[in-house]
Design a protein. Structure first.
Length: 496
């Protein structure tokens, strides 16, 4: 089964292990993106358009916080047991989401989902690293990345179809049959031996507390910057420095404790922190596009939720294809960072070009544009996971997997919040106080809101929002550009 060198992976091991982690990974990944095309419907039903992005961001915050926790607990108490616990939490959160009656309760339920989803992603990656020889990990990480990205592909389309035909609540109920299948498959995994130990000794509880406050403080501070009022600016001025101080204290604390939440010694290695930084920027780029493109397509270009999902399909499908191809090339050649170095450079240039050309690009050409660019975005995750696992060695696979999952989730959360802040700020500057009201109406209610505006006000609001989105698209391009720099500078270029 091996190609290009490396130990062979027995087929029996592959067929027992891979389906058992692929379905949980798919379930966690689809929940990141399935709500994207349903957000306008959620906003129209529950209102509070300025808080609607938190339906996405709360999930991402929770995955960021939970990823390192599950890495530590999986090493101590067994990954199979923790995988089942994460599945249970995600399913409970899905039911609560389906019955939420406000944006606040929906965001809280999404956080519960995220606490489960972060575990599924971390534990899946650690199980691959535990079983698969290093040279073959690129190939299998490509498979996992393809599963993750296929879920991202199906998510927006499925979310749009469900919201349009059965209401937005069905977006969360669809998790239940998938979750039952994931539980049955996870039960097939071997229990394995785990050292166990006292919970407080295994898990760095002060570190968890500091991190659990620092991440939301940073994101709430960014969200406050969207609003030009003095109260919101004061909130941002308090929360953003608080988050910086807490991160500094967390790093100082983690360097001293015997069982740190964050693997500081591992993160000091240039190959690791550059790979994790690459994962962070990759998450910011991908999730920002998936979260904000549907809004643009529906409120500016007049697409339906289902149509916007179809337009995104070539982009997310191309990422999955790129991940599969990159994983196979890595296994054959042993090269690690060359593909993401070139890929992210091309992707950044493509986004900058689209930001400039967007007003003259027809809607039916957008899928073509992203189909050409998106395989470049798929080159990242196989290289990142293999690089970090090689640097960590067998004794720290859980820490390695959690560092990548944390970086990707944190990048997605910060990227989505920062992009939303830039979008709203640009819209406010371009539209002015009077025009912003029409833009908010259009964002809040979609076609229904458009019907309440005069023809002239609607046309002006769409032009203003289109200009603001070009600014946001350039910001997303900058995330990809930073990722390219980190990939070019990473010293770990090959795997033997």
């Amino acid at each position: 089964m091996a190609e290009g060198g490396g130990d062979q992976v027995p087929r029996a091991v592959f067929f027992r292990l891979f389906p058992s982690i692929a379905v949980p990974m798919f379930l966690a990944a689809v929940d990141q993106t399935i709500v994207a095309t349903a957000l306008p419907a959620i906003a129209a039903d529950l209102g509070q358009v300025e808080r609607v992005p938190w339906v996405v961001v709360s999930f991402l915050i929770a995955t960021s916080v939970s990823a390192p926790i599950y890495g530590r607990l999986g090493d101590a108490y067994g990954r199979r047991r923790m995988l089942l616990g994460a599945l249970a939490m995600l399913l409970v959160g899905s039911v609560l989401c389906a019955f939420a009656q406000s944006i606040e309760t929906l965001s809280a339920a999404r956080a519960i989902q995220g606490f489960g989803g972060g575990g599924l992603m971390t534990l899946s990656q650690a199980l691959i690293g535990e079983t698969i020889p290093p040279r073959q990990r690129g190939r299998f990480q490509g498979y996992l990345a393809a599963i993750f990205l296929c879920a991202s592909t199906i998510g927006p389309l499925l979310g749009g179809l469900l919201a349009e035909n059965f209401g937005w609540r069905s977006v969360f109920l669809v998790n239940l049959p998938l979750g039952v299948l994931a539980v049955l498959l996870a039960l097939r995994l071997e229990k394995g031996r785990a050292p166990g130990g006292r919970f407080g000794a295994v898990l760095d509880l002060p570190g968890v507390a500091m991190f659990a406050v620092a991440a939301p403080a940073a994101l709430l501070g960014l969200e406050s910057l969207r609003h030009p009022t003095s109260s919101h600016l004061i909130t941002a001025a308090v929360l953003l420095p608080l988050s910086v101080v807490l991160v500094w204290l967390l790093l100082k604390w983690e360097a001293r404790v015997t069982a740190p939440l964050l693997p500081i010694a591992l993160l000091r290695k240039p190959a690791v922190w550059m790979a994790d930084g690459l994962a962070l920027c990759h998450g910011a780029t991908m999730i920002s596009l998936i979260a904000f493109l549907p809004f643009y397509l529906q409120v500016v270009r007049g697409a339906t939720p289902a149509e916007s999902g179809l337009i995104l399909l070539p982009m997310t499908g191309g990422i999955a294809v790129g991940a599969l191809i990159a994983g196979r090339i890595m296994s054959r050649t042993g090269g690690l960072m060359t593909l993401p170095s070139v890929g992210m450079s091309c992707f950044a240039l493509g986004l900058f070009g689209l930001a400039v050309a967007l007003p003259v690009v027809p809607t039916n050409w957008l899928p073509v544009w992203f189909a050409v660019l998106s395989p470049m975005l798929g080159t990242v995750m196989p290289a990142v996971q293999t690089t970090v696992q090689m640097a960590a060695g067998g004794a720290q696979l859980g820490a390695a997997a959690s560092s990548v999952a944390l970086a990707r989730s944190l990048g997605a959360a910060v990227g989505a919040a920062l992009t939303g802040t830039i979008l709203f700020a640009a819209a406010a500057l371009i539209a002015g106080p009077g025009g912003m009201a029409a833009v908010v109406t259009l964002l809040e209610s979609g076609p229904a809101g458009a019907a309440t505006l005069s023809e002239q006000a609607l046309a002006v609001a769409r032009v203003d929002l289109a200009s603001a989105f070009r600014v946001a698209l350039a910001a997303i391009g900058s995330y990809a550009a930073i990722a390219a720099v980190l990939a070019w500078r990473n010293p770990q270029r090959r795997v033997e």
